[in-house]
Design a protein around this ligand. Structure first.
Ligand SMILES: C[S@@+](CC[C@H](N)C(=O)[O-])C[C@H]1O[C@@H](n2cnc3c(N)ncnc32)[C@H](O)[C@@H]1O
Length: 412
């Protein structure tokens, strides 16, 4: 039994009576939770354990979209859930580590242990270290059925790592206790705010056989360390992370694009190309089709690779949009046919809509590479409150060559 009440409760939920109580709860229903709590207390269950079990049920309901059916086997904390790696992404990473010859992984700052679980499932031995004793208790319960995985309460700064180990670090990017306006713990953006710190990541990378560090997807492609390979990962259009790899594969940038829904996805890798085509120099060079790079491709700064693959040109540096004479079927690009090219002025777009779409359906506004607030732009269009028609109009607010433009496009 732990001296800390929160840790003690987490430990009790992982075994014996607590686990049985949690397992016996019906699917979570906010409206019925008070009545359920009253009933369970009346049946003689410890009130604190009942409250903790109901919190778990609520967190599981909340975490289902992120963690899938596995969520029912996990103990969670609010912060831990928000930071947990999606199982499909963790599984791909674990598989790559196993294929790189790693047999034992040290997970330095394991949180609830979603990555450690994937390592264990891939057949690797795991030493998972976590500074927060309550989170560590949850991770221990989550890894209980894997005898070659152990969870230690400790400091990632002083945990030994050997040259035979694989090392994984997913540093916390939040300030505990500081909530944003939605009540979620505020995310930190700066590398120097990570815990364990980035210096520890590079120190470990100099020792371990293979090291992987999971960072925010907003990691700047210009900051990739010389010896590392950086992978920006998306799954079905959601940009999830940037992972830095040392000791496996060639250095450089890569986008990893997962497609396939909640089942086992297919992963497509997009690498840098030598001499990518230059972005368009002038607005009148725009061709008939525009490809939008997948979020991971754009975040990795690899829109040039898309331009090369489709024999096109990025509309302007950093837009993520590529002009091409004909669509090319690629799982990491979405295509649009250009219907109209307008000046980037609400009056011009409004006049065009009135003339060509008096019964316009919903208007979708996309923007990239221009400083425009899409919602303010929408207000300026003075659209009828209720769309009169059904046909969607897509506006792409962007820069073409050297000129801001509003493109009217059709999704292919
Ligand atoms: C982003 S979470 C890890 C999430 C995990 N990969 C998962 O998918 O479940 C980072 C964790 O590192 C822990 N941490 C931060 N600094 C640490 C340190 N110096 N030593 C050990 N753990 C640390 C935090 O408490 C937090 O639980």
């Amino acid at each position: 039994m732990s001296a800390d009440p929160a840790t003690d409760l987490m430990e009790r939920l992982g075994t014996g009576d607590g686990a049985r109580l949690l397992g016996s709860l019906p699917p979570y229903d906010e409206a019925g939770s008070l009545a359920l709590m009253t009933r369970l207390r009346a049946e003689g269950h410890d009130p604190e354990l009942v409250a903790a079990a109901l919190t778990q049920a609520r967190l599981r309901a909340r975490g289902r979209a992120r963690l899938g059916a596995w969520v029912d086997d996990l103990l969670l904390t609010q912060d831990g859930l928000e930071q947990a790696t999606r199982p499909l992404v963790a599984a791909r990473r674990a598989d790559l580590l196993a294929r790189a010859g790693v047999r034992h992984v040290v997970d330095l700052g394991c949180g609830l242990g979603l990555d450690s679980l994937a390592f264990a499932r891939a057949g690797l031995a795991v030493t998972a270290v976590e500074a927060d004793p309550t989170v560590a208790a949850a991770a221990r319960a989550n890894l209980a059925r894997w005898p070659r995985a152990e969870v230690l309460v400790g400091d990632a700064l002083t945990t030994p790592v050997t040259a035979d180990d694989g090392a994984f670090l997913d540093p916390a990017r939040r300030t505990p206790g500081v909530a944003d306006r939605h009540g979620r713990t505020r995310r930190l953006r700066r590398l120097e705010d990570l815990s364990p710190p980035f210096e520890r990541v590079t120190e470990v990378a100099a020792t371990a056989r293979v090291t992987v560090a999971k960072l925010a997807p907003s990691f700047d492609p210009r900051d990739v360390p010389a010896q590392a390979r950086a992978e920006w990962v998306s799954l079905d259009g959601d940009l999830l992370e940037c992972a830095l790899w040392w000791g496996s594969g060639s250095p450089g940038r890569r986008a990893v694009v997962g497609r396939g829904g909640p089942a086992e996805p297919t992963w497509y890798e997009v690498a840098e190309v030598d001499d990518p085509p230059a972005p368009l120099a002038r607005a009148d060079a725009l061709a008939g089709y525009v490809a939008e790079a997948d979020v991971a491709v754009a975040a990795a700064g690899l829109t040039g690779s898309l331009a090369a693959a489709v024999e096109g040109h990025e509309l302007a540096p950093g837009t993520g949009y590529v002009s091409a004479p004909a669509p090319v079927d690629l799982p990491w690009a979405r295509w649009y046919a250009v219907r109209e090219v307008l000046p980037l002025h609400a009056t011009a777009v409004r006049a065009w809509l009135r003339e060509h779409h008096p019964r316009t359906g919903p208007v979708t506004i996309k923007k990239s590479g221009v400083r425009v607030d899409p919602e303010a732009f929408r207000t300026q269009l003075r659209l009828p409150r209720r769309a009169a028609g059904v046909e969607e109009v897509i506006l792409m607010l962007t820069t073409v060559g050297d000129t801001p433009r509003a493109l009217v496009v059709d999704r292919l």
